[in-house]
Write a protein that binds this ligand. Structure first.
Ligand SMILES: C[S@@+](CC[C@H](N)C(=O)[O-])C[C@H]1O[C@@H](n2cnc3c(N)ncnc32)[C@H](O)[C@@H]1O
Length: 259
């Protein structure tokens, strides 16, 4: 099911090529993209949440072992160490800071995350003042651990929907979101399908953030399909995440920027 992830070596080679190609200068950027460079990329590392990072560290040292249903790959149940999930499945601090800063720059109030896992990036999203975060996760055990993390951090503006996205996305009803962050089920067909479904839950100002757009051949194809979509206007490829703007007043143009 789905295409195999690229090897670490292949990703490193692709990253090196992206880095040489991608611009770090403000040349020929449209105003939206200029603002991302000027207000987000240069400033994101200033987002500091030492308490969230302390929770990440605690999870990385956890001795807990859980049964985990992997909806994103085989759908099979695996025995997994929480520590391994904390080390391998979560967005690293650098990208959690970036996503948090994008939410702040967008002035987002309503945020949807697909793929909660242990809730670390969710906590970064929820730390932005005045936000309501809805997060979706297939596996109930990791969702419970995430809830404990948010309790520790005193975060009360997060609601979780448990179940396979294929079912739970249909339960969003008429809600719309300012930022939609898709970090689960890294396969071609579902990624493009989720984008189509979630467009119904967006407005012209919604920012879509796709995770791991260069993770596999399938995800690169998904990224190309999303770029080509008739509702997509500007996109920004930051290699480990991709930003998609659907505002029809923006030009359809694709950028690669260094972060
Ligand atoms: C990469 S992790 C999310 C990491 C998290 N956003 C972070 O950075 O802290 C992806 C999560 O998506 C969930 N997931 C993948 N496919 C899913 C599906 N079809 N339905 C529900 N959950 C799914 C997995 O169980 C996993 O916990």
């Amino acid at each position: 099911m789905g295409s195999k992830p690229y090897s670490k070596l292949a990703i490193a080679a692709a990253y090196a090529k992206y880095y040489l190609r991608a611009s770090s200068k403000n040349k020929e950027l449209t105003p939206t993209v200029y603002n991302v460079v000027d207000e987000v990329l240069s400033d994101a590392r200033k987002v500091k949440h030492s308490d969230i990072e302390a929770e990440r560290y605690r999870l990385q040292k956890s001795k807990q072992v859980i049964s985990f249903t992997d909806y994103g790959k085989s759908g099979n149940i695996f025995v997994k160490k929480v520590a391994d999930i904390a080390k391998n499945a979560l967005k690293p601090k650098k990208y959690a800071q970036l996503i948090s800063k994008l939410v702040a720059q967008r002035g987002a109030k309503t945020i949807l995350e697909l793929g909660t896992s242990l809730g670390i990036t969710t906590a970064y999203l929820a730390r932005n003042k005045g936000t309501e975060v809805q997060t979706m996760e297939g596996d109930p055990t990791v969702a419970d651990i995430a809830q404990h993390v948010w309790n520790q951090l005193g975060l009360q503006n997060i609601s979780t929907t448990i179940g396979n996205f294929d079912v739970t996305l249909d339960q969003l009803e008429g809600k719309t979101y300012d930022v939609i962050y898709i970090d689960g089920n890294h396969n071609l067909e579902p990624t493009v399908r989720y984008f189509d479904v979630l467009l119904k839950h967006s407005n012209a100002q919604t920012l879509f953030i796709f995770d791991d757009i260069h993770y596999s051949k399938g995800m690169e194809e998904a990224w190309e399909a999303i770029k080509a979509h008739s509702q997509t206007t500007t996109t920004i490829d930051l290699f480990f995440i991709g930003l998609v703007y659907i505002n029809p007043s923006l030009v359809k143009q694709h950028f690669e920027l260094r972060y």
